[in-house]
Every structure is written in structure tokens, then in C-alpha cells.
Design a protein around this ligand. Structure first.
Ligand code: HEC
Length: 215
């Protein structure tokens, strides 16, 4: 039988592949070193780059959230009420909420923070993972550094309610939340930075960046 088709004869040699990779790598290094790429948040990605990064993030989160079990009591009204307080205090600056105006912070974000009141979010387990661990190279912080899993599930529970909430219902939910952040954090071991814990005159502290700035 004659050799009709020998694949190897059509492939580039190993040496060629190595040299080609080195050249591509060198160009990559020069591109980075020269700083020609515009890292500014006000210079949008091309559609292709944006789509690739989006898929990169989505696949990473889906894989990492794979084994997370959603608690059976996710829709417990107590959870949702606690989540309302936490969400309103820490998340609205970027993610807004029913009846809330765009903030200076939210308008400058790139990638933009999704508005949970408008778009259906990720599945609950993925939201939990994202809130706990944050997202690199975006403004989404890792709240798990300062909040335990219970509190994070409370927020997931509340986010799930947002799309069907009117501005009035949103206000009512926030009003029904446990009084202060400290109260919600009560079961957590005391942390450095919570100096006001035993001072009855102190106000509940606000964690959301920018909320307390005076212009
Ligand atoms: C400083 C701004 C900022 C704050 C504050 C913030 N986030 Fe985010 N968040 C973002 C950004 C930006 C993204 C989008 C990241 C991306 O697309 O790569 C995001 C993404 C998310 C996602 C994933 C959404 C999806 O469907 O892809 C969840 C869930 C989330 N945030 C929850 C929260 C919660 C809960 C809080 C409050 C505890 C919070 N975030 C506070 C900026 C913020």
C-alpha cells in the first residue's frame, strides 16, 4: 500500500514552532513594555475582546461555583430582610436598585456593574461565589474577606427578589432590615476595625465607598 497522505510532512518542524513562539512572545513583551495599550476604563474593548473576557469570567465562575450547595431556606423572609440591609448599605453605589438614580461611581465602572433590578442575574450559587471572591480586574470586591457565608447568602436571597420589586417595596424591605450592619454581624467574631462596636452612641457604619463624601 502506498502512503497516500503523510500528515507529518505537512506539519512545521519543532524548531520552526519554537522560533515562531519566541518571536510572538517577544512582540508581546515589546507591546506591554511600550505601554501602547490604553488601560483606561473609558476606552471600551472591541467586541471580540469584550466577548472573550466575558466568556472567560463566566466559565471561571461557573466552574468554581460547581460544588456550592444553595441553602434550602434561601427564600426565608428573615434572610431577605437581612440581605436588604446589607445590600442597601454596601452594594447600591455600584449595582443601584429599584428607584435608585445612577451614582457617580456606577457610571464610571468598566466593566459596568449589572443592575440586578433590571437583568436576571446568574444562578444563586454563582452569585454567592462572585460576592464571596470578587472579580479580578473589575471593581467587584471580595466580600468574603469581611463577611461570613451566612451574610453572603442573605445578600444572594435579596438580589433574587430585586427584579420583581417596585421602588416602594424596595424601600419597605430596607426599612424592615435589622437596624444596623453591626447587628447583622453580631454572630461574627469581632474584627479589627470595628472599634465602634461597644459605643452605643455610634451610628451603624457605612461600608459602601463614596457614600459619606461631601462635595
Ligand atoms: C465598587 C463597585 C461595586 C460594589 C460596591 C459591588 N459590586 Fe458587585 N460587581 C461590580 C462589578 C463592576 C461587577 C461586574 C464584574 C465583571 O463583569 O467582570 C460586579 C459583579 C457582581 C456580581 C456578578 C453579577 C453577574 O451576573 O455577572 C454579583 C452577584 C455582585 N456583583 C454582587 C454584589 C454585592 C452583593 C455587592 C455588595 C455586597 C456588590 N456586588 C458590591 C462592582 C461592584
Amino acid at each position: 500500500m502506498s502512503k497516500a497522505f503523510d500528515l507529518r510532512r505537512h506539519l512545521p518542524s519543532t524548531a520552526f514552532v519554537i522560533v515562531a513562539l519566541l518571536i510572538i512572545g517577544a512582540f508581546g513583551g515589546i507591546f506591554i513594555y511600550l505601554g501602547v495599550y490604553n488601560i483606561g476604563a473609558d476606552a471600551p474593548h472591541s467586541k471580540l475582546v469584550y466577548g472573550t473576557l466575558d466568556e472567560f469570567r463566566e466559565r471561571s465562575i461557573a466552574t468554581h461555583a460547581r460544588d456550592i450547595k444553595v441553602p434550602a431556606d434561601l427564600n426565608d423572609p428573615k434572610r431577605i430582610a437581612a440581605g436588604a440591609g446589607l445590600y442597601n448599605e454596601m452594594c447600591t453605589g455600584c449595582h443601584l436598585g429599584p428607584g435608585l438614580e445612577k451614582s457617580e461611581l456606577s457610571q464610571g465602572l468598566y466593566p459596568a456593574a449589572p443592575e440586578f433590578a433590571r437583568e436576571p442575574g446568574q444562578p444563586a450559587a454563582e452569585q454567592f461565589w462572585t460576592i464571596k471572591h470578587g472579580v479580578k480586574m473589575s471593581a467587584m470586591p471580595a466580600w468574603g474577606k469581611t463577611h461570613d457565608d451566612q451574610l453572603i447568602w442573605d445578600m444572594v436571597a435579596f438580589i433574587g427578589q430585586l427584579p420583581k420589586m417596585t421602588p416602594e417595596q424596595y424601600k419597605a424591605a430596607v426599612a424592615s432590615a435589622p437596624e444596623s450592619h453591626d447587628e447583622m454581624m453580631e454572630h461574627m467574631p469581632p474584627m479589627a476595625g470595628q472599634m465602634d462596636q461597644h459605643d452605643p452612641a455610634s451610628k451603624p457604619h457605612t461600608h459602601a465607598p463614596g457614600h459619606e463624601h461631601s462635595h
